[in-house]
Design a protein around this ligand. Structure first.
Ligand code: GLU
Length: 257
């Protein structure tokens, strides 16, 4: 089975921008084990800007485009170096793919990307995808990695899109401010009521939030791909998700109104 797993900056790094070694090690261990079990995995990983901030000791997320692009160039190196080192311990080979919106919009370029992923999977490598933040300009940006992960899932015909975040799933209210908030285990249809439950962006170093996750579920669902939003704090949730157990919020893999 082919799956796309997306991890956000909040899972990979502390608010300081420095690597969350415990999270990253356990994520790589679980992904390696799933790969050994026969899953074809594509990892969509954020963290370029977050890790660049840590490496360059910047206190706040860069605002100007050129600074953000420079910081991402530094952080992407650190990110891939870390994945390469950790996956090598389990005998797996990673491959970096950096995309801009043009690469998935234009038929020829999209086909090229798909062919490369197919080839990498055939070789047994694990593609690690991120937006090419260093060259993506505002007109060409996909903008967030939830959407990017959904586009990747559709392109390569994945059956499952798993978005690991710093929140357990979609709640009936914001759990950070509302004590009575309940987790919604399954969403059959993304209605306007469900959309109203999604607030703004989540953390200081990432760009995602519930809005982009619902958008991702909609894109994936339209192509028969199920989406699960779950907490990346303990990556062993991936086993439960793939076993079909009730974890996080699961969105039906069907066209949404
Ligand atoms: N591509 C950005 C990064 O690697 C992250 C985008 C996102 O968090 O959605 O920092």
């Amino acid at each position: 089975m082919r799956i796309v797993v997306k991890v956000g900056t909040s899972t990979l790094a502390y608010a300081t921008g420095h690597l969350n070694i415990r999270h990253m090690e356990s994520l790589v261990k679980v992904l390696s084990d799933l790969k050994n079990a026969g899953y074809e995995i594509i990892l969509v990983s954020s963290g370029a800007v977050g890790m660049g901030m840590g490496k360059l000791s910047l206190g706040a997320r860069p605002e100007s485009l050129s600074l953000k692009q420079a910081v991402a160039a530094v952080g992407q190196c650190e990110l891939m170096h870390t994945y390469d080192r950790l996956f090598t311990e389990y005998n797996h080979t990673v491959a970096q793919i950096l995309l801009t919106a043009e690469d998935v919009r234009e038929d020829g370029r999209r086909e090229n990307f798909i062919n490369t992923v197919e080839q990498l999977l055939e070789l047994g490598a694990l593609p690690v995808v991120n937006e090419n933040d260093t060259v993506a300009t505002s007109e060409l940006t996909i903008g967030d990695n939830d959407t990017l992960a959904a586009i990747v899932a559709v392109c390569i015909g994945a059956k499952e899109l798993i978005l690991l975040s710093d929140i357990d799933g979609l709640y009936t209210a914001d759990p950070r401010t509302c004590g009575g908030a309940r987790l919604i285990p399954r969403v059959e249809e993304i209605t306007p009521e469900i959309e109203a439950l999604a607030g703004g962006a989540g953390s200081a170093s990432g760009t995602g939030g519930m809005v982009t996750k619902l958008k991702a579920a909609r894109i994936a669902g339209a192509h028969g791909c199920e989406t699960v939003i779950a907490n990346g704090r303990d990556p062993s949730v991936l086993y439960d998700i793939l076993d079909g157990r009730e974890v996080g919020t699961r969105f039906a893999g069907k066209e949404q109104p």
